[in-house]
Design a protein around this ligand. Structure first.
Ligand code: AMP
Length: 483
Protein backbone atom coordinates (compact mmCIF):
# COMPACT_ATOMS: atom_id res chain seq x y z
CA UNK A 1 0.00 0.00 0.00
CA UNK A 2 1.49 3.35 -0.97
CA UNK A 3 1.07 6.80 0.53
CA UNK A 4 -0.79 7.83 -2.63
CA UNK A 5 -3.87 5.82 -1.61
CA UNK A 6 -4.33 7.77 1.62
CA UNK A 7 -5.78 10.94 0.11
CA UNK A 8 -2.88 13.22 1.01
CA UNK A 9 -2.15 16.36 -1.03
CA UNK A 10 0.75 16.30 -3.54
CA UNK A 11 2.99 18.61 -1.49
CA UNK A 12 2.63 16.34 1.57
CA UNK A 13 3.42 13.29 -0.56
CA UNK A 14 6.50 15.16 -1.76
CA UNK A 15 7.59 15.84 1.82
CA UNK A 16 7.11 12.16 2.64
CA UNK A 17 9.13 11.15 -0.42
CA UNK A 18 11.85 13.64 0.61
CA UNK A 19 12.22 11.58 3.78
CA UNK A 20 12.65 8.40 1.76
CA UNK A 21 9.48 6.79 3.07
CA UNK A 22 8.03 4.45 0.48
CA UNK A 23 5.13 2.89 2.38
CA UNK A 24 2.98 4.08 5.23
CA UNK A 25 3.48 2.29 8.53
CA UNK A 26 0.42 0.50 9.98
CA UNK A 27 -0.53 3.40 12.24
CA UNK A 28 -0.26 5.83 9.33
CA UNK A 29 -2.32 3.55 7.12
CA UNK A 30 -5.13 3.45 9.65
CA UNK A 31 -5.01 6.84 11.30
CA UNK A 32 -4.43 9.19 8.34
CA UNK A 33 -7.81 8.58 6.62
CA UNK A 34 -9.63 8.83 9.97
CA UNK A 35 -7.99 12.14 10.86
CA UNK A 36 -8.60 13.47 7.35
CA UNK A 37 -12.27 12.58 7.80
CA UNK A 38 -12.37 14.75 10.91
CA UNK A 39 -12.85 11.87 13.36
CA UNK A 40 -11.67 11.82 16.94
CA UNK A 41 -9.07 9.06 17.20
CA UNK A 42 -7.82 6.93 20.07
CA UNK A 43 -4.59 5.31 18.91
CA UNK A 44 -2.47 2.69 20.64
CA UNK A 45 0.98 3.18 19.17
CA UNK A 46 4.45 3.24 20.63
CA UNK A 47 7.34 5.47 19.72
CA UNK A 48 8.97 4.06 16.62
CA UNK A 49 5.74 3.12 14.85
CA UNK A 50 5.63 6.32 12.78
CA UNK A 51 2.85 7.77 14.94
CA UNK A 52 4.04 11.36 14.59
CA UNK A 53 3.53 11.45 10.83
CA UNK A 54 0.22 9.63 11.39
CA UNK A 55 -1.22 12.75 12.99
CA UNK A 56 0.96 15.54 11.59
CA UNK A 57 0.35 14.77 7.90
CA UNK A 58 -3.48 14.76 8.00
CA UNK A 59 -3.56 17.73 10.36
CA UNK A 60 -1.49 19.76 7.90
CA UNK A 61 -3.91 18.83 5.16
CA UNK A 62 -6.98 19.76 7.19
CA UNK A 63 -5.49 23.10 8.16
CA UNK A 64 -4.99 23.97 4.54
CA UNK A 65 -8.43 22.79 3.47
CA UNK A 66 -10.28 25.51 5.39
CA UNK A 67 -7.86 28.23 6.29
CA UNK A 68 -9.71 31.11 7.93
CA UNK A 69 -8.79 34.68 7.07
CA UNK A 70 -6.03 36.39 9.02
CA UNK A 71 -7.05 38.03 12.26
CA UNK A 72 -7.40 41.80 12.35
CA UNK A 73 -3.81 42.17 13.55
CA UNK A 74 -2.55 40.34 10.47
CA UNK A 75 -1.66 37.19 12.42
CA UNK A 76 -3.19 33.77 12.42
CA UNK A 77 -4.72 32.11 15.47
CA UNK A 78 -3.45 28.88 17.03
CA UNK A 79 -5.54 26.17 15.40
CA UNK A 80 -3.68 23.03 16.47
CA UNK A 81 -2.38 22.24 19.94
CA UNK A 82 -0.16 19.19 20.38
CA UNK A 83 0.67 18.27 23.99
CA UNK A 84 3.70 16.12 24.74
CA UNK A 85 5.17 14.91 28.05
CA UNK A 86 8.75 16.11 27.51
CA UNK A 87 10.60 18.95 25.89
CA UNK A 88 12.59 16.52 23.74
CA UNK A 89 9.41 15.10 22.33
CA UNK A 90 7.96 18.59 21.85
CA UNK A 91 11.04 19.58 19.85
CA UNK A 92 10.93 16.38 17.87
CA UNK A 93 7.24 16.69 17.02
CA UNK A 94 7.63 20.32 16.01
CA UNK A 95 10.54 19.31 13.83
CA UNK A 96 8.22 16.78 12.17
CA UNK A 97 5.67 19.53 11.55
CA UNK A 98 8.39 21.48 9.74
CA UNK A 99 9.56 18.41 7.87
CA UNK A 100 6.17 17.32 6.61
CA UNK A 101 4.99 20.90 6.10
CA UNK A 102 8.16 21.83 4.19
CA UNK A 103 6.26 22.56 0.98
CA UNK A 104 3.44 24.63 2.42
CA UNK A 105 3.33 27.87 4.34
CA UNK A 106 2.57 26.75 7.86
CA UNK A 107 3.94 28.30 10.99
CA UNK A 108 4.61 26.26 14.11
CA UNK A 109 6.44 26.66 17.38
CA UNK A 110 7.37 24.57 20.40
CA UNK A 111 6.72 25.68 23.97
CA UNK A 112 8.44 23.82 26.81
CA UNK A 113 10.04 24.43 30.19
CA UNK A 114 13.67 24.68 31.21
CA UNK A 115 14.47 27.48 28.77
CA UNK A 116 13.80 31.23 28.64
CA UNK A 117 10.22 32.48 28.45
CA UNK A 118 10.72 35.56 26.25
CA UNK A 119 11.88 33.89 23.03
CA UNK A 120 8.79 31.69 23.24
CA UNK A 121 6.59 34.76 23.70
CA UNK A 122 8.14 36.27 20.57
CA UNK A 123 7.52 33.06 18.64
CA UNK A 124 3.93 32.93 19.85
CA UNK A 125 3.40 36.55 18.82
CA UNK A 126 4.49 35.74 15.28
CA UNK A 127 1.22 33.83 14.81
CA UNK A 128 1.90 30.08 14.64
CA UNK A 129 -1.04 27.93 13.63
CA UNK A 130 0.43 24.84 15.27
CA UNK A 131 1.82 24.85 18.81
CA UNK A 132 3.57 21.83 20.29
CA UNK A 133 3.79 22.18 24.06
CA UNK A 134 4.53 20.53 27.35
CA UNK A 135 1.61 21.12 29.74
CA UNK A 136 3.36 23.05 32.51
CA UNK A 137 4.98 25.70 30.35
CA UNK A 138 1.84 26.04 28.26
CA UNK A 139 -0.10 26.93 31.41
CA UNK A 140 2.61 29.41 32.37
CA UNK A 141 1.93 31.16 29.07
CA UNK A 142 -1.80 31.02 29.75
CA UNK A 143 -1.16 32.60 33.15
CA UNK A 144 0.92 35.35 31.58
CA UNK A 145 -1.67 35.84 28.83
CA UNK A 146 0.97 35.28 26.22
CA UNK A 147 -1.05 32.58 24.46
CA UNK A 148 -4.62 32.44 23.19
CA UNK A 149 -6.12 28.96 22.94
CA UNK A 150 -9.66 30.09 22.14
CA UNK A 151 -9.44 29.19 18.44
CA UNK A 152 -7.96 25.69 18.70
CA UNK A 153 -9.62 23.30 16.25
CA UNK A 154 -7.49 20.19 16.78
CA UNK A 155 -6.01 18.86 20.02
CA UNK A 156 -3.46 16.04 20.10
CA UNK A 157 -2.30 14.30 23.28
CA UNK A 158 0.89 12.52 22.31
CA UNK A 159 2.18 9.79 24.63
CA UNK A 160 -0.80 10.31 26.91
CA UNK A 161 0.26 7.48 29.22
CA UNK A 162 3.58 9.20 29.86
CA UNK A 163 1.87 12.49 30.55
CA UNK A 164 -0.29 10.87 33.20
CA UNK A 165 2.69 8.98 34.65
CA UNK A 166 4.50 12.28 34.98
CA UNK A 167 1.62 13.75 36.95
CA UNK A 168 0.20 16.05 34.27
CA UNK A 169 -3.44 15.04 34.65
CA UNK A 170 -4.51 18.26 36.39
CA UNK A 171 -2.64 20.41 33.90
CA UNK A 172 -4.28 18.53 31.04
CA UNK A 173 -7.74 19.03 32.52
CA UNK A 174 -7.05 22.74 32.98
CA UNK A 175 -5.92 23.01 29.37
CA UNK A 176 -8.98 21.10 28.12
CA UNK A 177 -11.19 23.61 29.91
CA UNK A 178 -9.55 26.47 27.98
CA UNK A 179 -10.25 25.03 24.53
CA UNK A 180 -13.36 25.57 22.41
CA UNK A 181 -15.68 22.58 22.90
CA UNK A 182 -16.15 21.94 19.17
CA UNK A 183 -12.85 20.48 18.04
CA UNK A 184 -11.18 17.34 16.78
CA UNK A 185 -9.31 15.31 19.40
CA UNK A 186 -6.57 12.75 18.91
CA UNK A 187 -5.04 10.70 21.70
CA UNK A 188 -1.92 8.60 21.17
CA UNK A 189 -0.70 6.29 23.90
CA UNK A 190 1.60 3.28 24.04
CA UNK A 191 -0.37 1.72 26.90
CA UNK A 192 -3.93 2.00 28.18
CA UNK A 193 -4.24 2.12 31.94
CA UNK A 194 -7.58 2.91 33.57
CA UNK A 195 -6.40 6.50 33.97
CA UNK A 196 -5.70 6.87 30.25
CA UNK A 197 -9.10 5.37 29.44
CA UNK A 198 -10.85 7.68 31.90
CA UNK A 199 -9.12 10.66 30.34
CA UNK A 200 -10.00 9.49 26.82
CA UNK A 201 -13.65 8.89 27.81
CA UNK A 202 -13.78 12.42 29.16
CA UNK A 203 -12.87 14.32 26.03
CA UNK A 204 -13.00 12.13 22.90
CA UNK A 205 -16.27 12.10 20.98
CA UNK A 206 -17.19 8.77 19.39
CA UNK A 207 -13.55 8.03 18.72
CA UNK A 208 -12.36 5.62 16.08
CA UNK A 209 -9.71 3.47 17.70
CA UNK A 210 -6.53 2.24 16.10
CA UNK A 211 -4.32 -0.34 17.75
CA UNK A 212 -1.18 -1.02 15.76
CA UNK A 213 1.06 -2.63 18.30
CA UNK A 214 -0.71 -5.52 19.97
CA UNK A 215 -0.62 -4.58 23.61
CA UNK A 216 2.64 -5.37 25.31
CA UNK A 217 4.53 -6.63 22.28
CA UNK A 218 8.16 -5.84 21.69
CA UNK A 219 9.11 -4.38 18.32
CA UNK A 220 9.34 -7.49 16.15
CA UNK A 221 12.82 -6.90 14.80
CA UNK A 222 14.45 -6.48 18.20
CA UNK A 223 16.67 -9.34 19.35
CA UNK A 224 16.53 -9.51 23.11
CA UNK A 225 19.17 -11.06 25.32
CA UNK A 226 19.85 -11.19 29.05
CA UNK A 227 23.42 -11.35 30.34
CA UNK A 228 23.38 -12.61 33.94
CA UNK A 229 26.08 -10.81 35.92
CA UNK A 230 26.95 -9.88 39.48
CA UNK A 231 25.64 -6.57 40.80
CA UNK A 232 29.12 -5.10 41.21
CA UNK A 233 30.43 -6.25 37.83
CA UNK A 234 27.87 -4.69 35.51
CA UNK A 235 30.01 -1.72 34.53
CA UNK A 236 32.97 -4.01 33.88
CA UNK A 237 30.79 -6.22 31.68
CA UNK A 238 29.42 -3.25 29.74
CA UNK A 239 32.95 -1.99 29.10
CA UNK A 240 33.89 -5.49 27.97
CA UNK A 241 30.94 -5.66 25.54
CA UNK A 242 32.01 -2.32 24.05
CA UNK A 243 35.75 -2.91 23.88
CA UNK A 244 35.29 -6.44 22.51
CA UNK A 245 33.19 -4.97 19.69
CA UNK A 246 29.92 -6.71 20.60
CA UNK A 247 28.36 -3.31 21.12
CA UNK A 248 29.40 -0.43 18.89
CA UNK A 249 27.01 2.34 19.92
CA UNK A 250 24.28 2.08 22.50
CA UNK A 251 21.69 3.93 24.49
CA UNK A 252 22.14 2.64 28.04
CA UNK A 253 19.40 2.89 30.65
CA UNK A 254 19.93 3.35 34.35
CA UNK A 255 17.25 3.75 36.99
CA UNK A 256 18.47 6.96 38.54
CA UNK A 257 20.01 10.25 37.44
CA UNK A 258 22.85 9.75 39.89
CA UNK A 259 23.44 6.26 38.48
CA UNK A 260 23.47 7.64 34.92
CA UNK A 261 26.13 10.23 35.77
CA UNK A 262 28.24 7.78 37.74
CA UNK A 263 28.14 5.17 34.99
CA UNK A 264 29.07 7.67 32.28
CA UNK A 265 32.02 8.84 34.39
CA UNK A 266 33.19 5.29 35.04
CA UNK A 267 32.95 4.39 31.36
CA UNK A 268 34.99 7.45 30.45
CA UNK A 269 37.61 6.24 32.95
CA UNK A 270 37.57 2.91 31.08
CA UNK A 271 38.46 4.83 27.92
CA UNK A 272 34.96 4.74 26.41
CA UNK A 273 33.40 7.90 24.99
CA UNK A 274 30.29 8.12 27.16
CA UNK A 275 27.91 10.90 28.04
CA UNK A 276 24.77 11.12 30.19
CA UNK A 277 21.40 12.73 29.63
CA UNK A 278 18.75 13.18 32.30
CA UNK A 279 16.23 15.56 33.75
CA UNK A 280 18.74 17.45 35.92
CA UNK A 281 20.75 18.54 32.91
CA UNK A 282 20.08 21.88 31.30
CA UNK A 283 18.54 21.94 27.86
CA UNK A 284 21.83 22.94 26.15
CA UNK A 285 23.63 20.13 28.00
CA UNK A 286 21.04 17.60 26.84
CA UNK A 287 21.15 18.82 23.26
CA UNK A 288 24.96 18.66 23.30
CA UNK A 289 24.97 15.12 24.70
CA UNK A 290 22.42 14.01 22.13
CA UNK A 291 24.31 15.65 19.27
CA UNK A 292 27.57 14.04 20.39
CA UNK A 293 25.85 10.69 20.34
CA UNK A 294 24.13 11.23 17.00
CA UNK A 295 27.36 12.40 15.40
CA UNK A 296 29.14 9.31 16.70
CA UNK A 297 31.42 11.30 19.03
CA UNK A 298 29.92 9.41 21.96
CA UNK A 299 29.78 5.61 21.93
CA UNK A 300 27.48 5.37 24.90
CA UNK A 301 24.61 7.64 25.84
CA UNK A 302 23.46 6.88 29.38
CA UNK A 303 19.89 7.94 30.03
CA UNK A 304 17.18 7.60 32.61
CA UNK A 305 13.75 6.40 31.57
CA UNK A 306 12.12 9.81 31.52
CA UNK A 307 14.99 11.61 29.80
CA UNK A 308 15.00 9.08 26.98
CA UNK A 309 11.37 9.65 26.08
CA UNK A 310 11.15 11.50 22.83
CA UNK A 311 14.85 11.35 22.03
CA UNK A 312 14.98 11.41 18.26
CA UNK A 313 17.68 8.92 17.45
CA UNK A 314 17.30 6.95 14.26
CA UNK A 315 18.93 3.62 13.48
CA UNK A 316 19.92 2.87 17.03
CA UNK A 317 21.54 -0.58 16.90
CA UNK A 318 21.69 -1.34 20.62
CA UNK A 319 19.71 -0.54 23.71
CA UNK A 320 21.25 -1.71 26.97
CA UNK A 321 19.33 -2.08 30.19
CA UNK A 322 22.14 -1.52 32.66
CA UNK A 323 19.42 -1.92 35.25
CA UNK A 324 16.00 -3.37 34.58
CA UNK A 325 13.10 -0.97 34.97
CA UNK A 326 10.90 -1.35 38.06
CA UNK A 327 7.78 -1.51 35.89
CA UNK A 328 7.68 -4.17 33.14
CA UNK A 329 5.95 -1.91 30.59
CA UNK A 330 8.92 0.46 30.75
CA UNK A 331 11.05 -2.35 29.34
CA UNK A 332 8.96 -2.18 26.17
CA UNK A 333 9.30 1.59 26.00
CA UNK A 334 13.04 1.30 26.37
CA UNK A 335 13.62 -1.38 23.79
CA UNK A 336 11.26 0.45 21.45
CA UNK A 337 14.24 2.76 20.90
CA UNK A 338 15.87 0.15 18.72
CA UNK A 339 14.58 -1.94 15.79
CA UNK A 340 12.74 1.12 14.50
CA UNK A 341 10.99 1.55 11.19
CA UNK A 342 11.96 -1.81 9.76
CA UNK A 343 15.53 -2.04 11.05
CA UNK A 344 17.10 -4.68 13.25
CA UNK A 345 18.17 -3.91 16.77
CA UNK A 346 19.53 -5.54 19.89
CA UNK A 347 18.16 -5.07 23.35
CA UNK A 348 20.71 -6.24 25.90
CA UNK A 349 19.85 -6.49 29.60
CA UNK A 350 22.52 -6.85 32.29
CA UNK A 351 20.68 -8.63 35.06
CA UNK A 352 21.92 -9.33 38.58
CA UNK A 353 20.38 -11.60 41.18
CA UNK A 354 18.45 -8.70 42.75
CA UNK A 355 16.51 -8.27 39.54
CA UNK A 356 15.24 -11.79 38.91
CA UNK A 357 11.75 -10.86 40.05
CA UNK A 358 11.72 -7.88 37.69
CA UNK A 359 12.94 -10.11 34.87
CA UNK A 360 10.16 -12.61 35.59
CA UNK A 361 7.59 -9.82 35.45
CA UNK A 362 8.95 -8.61 32.10
CA UNK A 363 8.89 -12.11 30.66
CA UNK A 364 5.36 -12.62 31.92
CA UNK A 365 4.35 -9.42 30.14
CA UNK A 366 6.06 -10.55 26.94
CA UNK A 367 4.60 -14.03 27.33
CA UNK A 368 7.93 -15.66 26.64
CA UNK A 369 11.40 -16.08 28.06
CA UNK A 370 14.22 -13.81 26.92
CA UNK A 371 17.31 -15.61 25.69
CA UNK A 372 19.89 -15.77 28.48
CA UNK A 373 23.61 -15.81 27.73
CA UNK A 374 26.41 -15.79 30.28
CA UNK A 375 29.49 -13.97 29.03
CA UNK A 376 32.66 -15.99 29.71
CA UNK A 377 34.54 -14.48 32.62
CA UNK A 378 31.39 -12.83 34.00
CA UNK A 379 29.64 -15.91 35.42
CA UNK A 380 27.47 -14.84 38.37
CA UNK A 381 28.74 -15.92 41.79
CA UNK A 382 26.05 -18.33 43.12
CA UNK A 383 26.84 -17.35 46.70
CA UNK A 384 25.62 -13.80 46.25
CA UNK A 385 22.16 -13.35 47.73
CA UNK A 386 19.54 -10.94 46.38
CA UNK A 387 19.36 -7.51 47.98
CA UNK A 388 16.58 -4.94 47.94
CA UNK A 389 17.00 -2.56 45.03
CA UNK A 390 17.95 1.00 45.96
CA UNK A 391 15.90 3.49 43.98
CA UNK A 392 17.19 6.63 45.63
CA UNK A 393 18.51 7.56 49.05
CA UNK A 394 16.06 6.46 51.72
CA UNK A 395 13.95 4.43 49.33
CA UNK A 396 14.29 0.75 48.65
CA UNK A 397 12.32 -1.73 46.63
CA UNK A 398 11.80 -5.17 48.04
CA UNK A 399 9.46 -7.49 46.24
CA UNK A 400 7.05 -5.30 44.28
CA UNK A 401 6.34 -2.45 46.66
CA UNK A 402 8.55 0.59 47.10
CA UNK A 403 8.74 2.12 50.55
CA UNK A 404 8.27 4.69 51.80
CA UNK A 405 5.49 5.46 49.39
CA UNK A 406 5.86 8.66 47.42
CA UNK A 407 3.07 10.14 45.35
CA UNK A 408 2.79 7.90 42.29
CA UNK A 409 3.74 10.64 39.87
CA UNK A 410 7.01 11.24 41.69
CA UNK A 411 8.24 7.67 41.85
CA UNK A 412 11.48 7.12 40.00
CA UNK A 413 9.80 4.60 37.74
CA UNK A 414 7.25 7.32 36.94
CA UNK A 415 4.56 4.69 37.16
CA UNK A 416 1.89 4.08 39.75
CA UNK A 417 2.28 1.01 41.93
CA UNK A 418 0.66 -2.15 40.61
CA UNK A 419 -2.94 -2.70 41.58
CA UNK A 420 -3.67 -5.41 44.16
CA UNK A 421 -4.84 -7.60 41.29
CA UNK A 422 -1.46 -7.20 39.62
CA UNK A 423 0.26 -8.09 42.85
CA UNK A 424 -0.99 -11.66 42.80
CA UNK A 425 1.80 -14.26 42.93
CA UNK A 426 3.56 -14.16 39.61
CA UNK A 427 4.13 -17.88 39.18
CA UNK A 428 1.30 -19.81 40.74
CA UNK A 429 1.84 -22.95 38.64
CA UNK A 430 4.42 -25.69 39.13
CA UNK A 431 7.87 -24.51 38.19
CA UNK A 432 9.42 -25.81 34.99
CA UNK A 433 13.05 -25.62 33.98
CA UNK A 434 13.84 -22.81 31.58
CA UNK A 435 15.25 -24.18 28.34
CA UNK A 436 17.28 -21.52 26.65
CA UNK A 437 17.47 -21.39 22.88
CA UNK A 438 20.34 -22.97 21.01
CA UNK A 439 23.64 -21.18 21.52
CA UNK A 440 22.90 -19.87 24.98
CA UNK A 441 23.60 -21.31 28.37
CA UNK A 442 21.36 -21.13 31.40
CA UNK A 443 22.71 -18.88 34.07
CA UNK A 444 24.47 -20.71 36.89
CA UNK A 445 23.78 -20.09 40.52
CA UNK A 446 20.98 -21.35 42.73
CA UNK A 447 18.87 -18.25 42.49
CA UNK A 448 19.21 -18.16 38.72
CA UNK A 449 18.45 -21.87 38.46
CA UNK A 450 15.33 -21.43 40.51
CA UNK A 451 13.83 -19.16 37.90
CA UNK A 452 10.55 -20.77 36.97
CA UNK A 453 8.69 -20.62 33.68
CA UNK A 454 6.50 -17.58 33.25
CA UNK A 455 2.90 -18.10 34.13
CA UNK A 456 0.19 -18.00 31.50
CA UNK A 457 1.17 -15.46 28.85
CA UNK A 458 -1.37 -12.69 28.49
CA UNK A 459 -1.54 -13.35 24.78
CA UNK A 460 -1.03 -16.49 22.72
CA UNK A 461 2.61 -17.03 21.82
CA UNK A 462 1.96 -17.09 18.09
CA UNK A 463 0.75 -13.51 18.27
CA UNK A 464 4.06 -12.47 19.71
CA UNK A 465 6.04 -14.23 17.01
CA UNK A 466 3.90 -13.07 14.13
CA UNK A 467 6.14 -10.35 12.74
CA UNK A 468 4.83 -6.88 11.94
CA UNK A 469 1.73 -6.27 14.00
CA UNK A 470 -1.46 -5.82 12.06
CA UNK A 471 -3.46 -2.74 12.78
CA UNK A 472 -6.84 -3.25 14.32
CA UNK A 473 -9.71 -0.85 13.89
CA UNK A 474 -12.11 -0.75 16.77
CA UNK A 475 -15.61 0.53 16.26
CA UNK A 476 -16.79 3.62 18.13
CA UNK A 477 -17.61 2.78 21.70
CA UNK A 478 -15.46 -0.35 21.66
CA UNK A 479 -12.39 -0.29 23.85
CA UNK A 480 -8.80 -1.04 23.03
CA UNK A 481 -7.86 -4.10 24.96
CA UNK A 482 -4.64 -4.89 26.74
CA UNK A 483 -2.73 -2.94 29.21
P1 AMP B 1 7.73 7.99 15.50
O1 AMP B 1 7.03 6.74 15.92
O2 AMP B 1 6.78 9.03 15.02
O3 AMP B 1 8.67 8.48 16.56
O4 AMP B 1 8.62 7.63 14.20
C1 AMP B 1 9.68 6.73 14.27
C2 AMP B 1 10.65 6.88 13.13
O5 AMP B 1 10.10 6.31 11.95
C3 AMP B 1 11.00 8.31 12.78
O6 AMP B 1 12.40 8.39 12.71
C4 AMP B 1 10.38 8.55 11.43
O7 AMP B 1 11.20 9.41 10.66
C5 AMP B 1 10.33 7.17 10.83
N1 AMP B 1 9.17 6.97 9.93
C6 AMP B 1 7.94 7.51 10.05
N2 AMP B 1 7.14 7.09 9.05
C7 AMP B 1 7.88 6.26 8.27
C8 AMP B 1 7.60 5.50 7.08
N3 AMP B 1 6.41 5.51 6.51
N4 AMP B 1 8.61 4.78 6.57
C9 AMP B 1 9.83 4.77 7.15
N5 AMP B 1 10.16 5.45 8.26
C10 AMP B 1 9.19 6.18 8.85
Amino acid sequence: MSFHSLGLAPDLLRAVADQGYTEPTPVQLEAIPLVLAGRDVLAGAQTGTGKTAAFVLPILQRLDANRPPMRGDGRRAIRVLILTPTRELALQVEESVRTYGAHRPVRSTAVYGGVGFDPQVRNLRSGPEIVVATPGRLLDHVGQRTIDLSRVEVLVLDEADRMLDMGFIRDIRRILALLPPARQNLLFSATFSDDVRRLADGFLTEPASVQVTPANTAAPLVRQVVHPVDRERKRELLSHLVTSGRIDQALVFTRTKHGANRLAEQLVRDGIAATAIHGNKSQPQRVRALNDFKAGRATILVATEVAARGLDIDSLPHVVNFELPMVPEDYLHRIGRTGRAGMDGDAVSLVCVDELKLLDDIERLLGHRILSEVIAGFEPDPRIRPQAIKLRSGMVQSGRGARPALPAARRPSQRPAPSPQERRPVHPGPSQPFRPSLGSRPAPGRSWERRSAPSQPRRPAEQIQSGMPRPRIVLPGERISGG
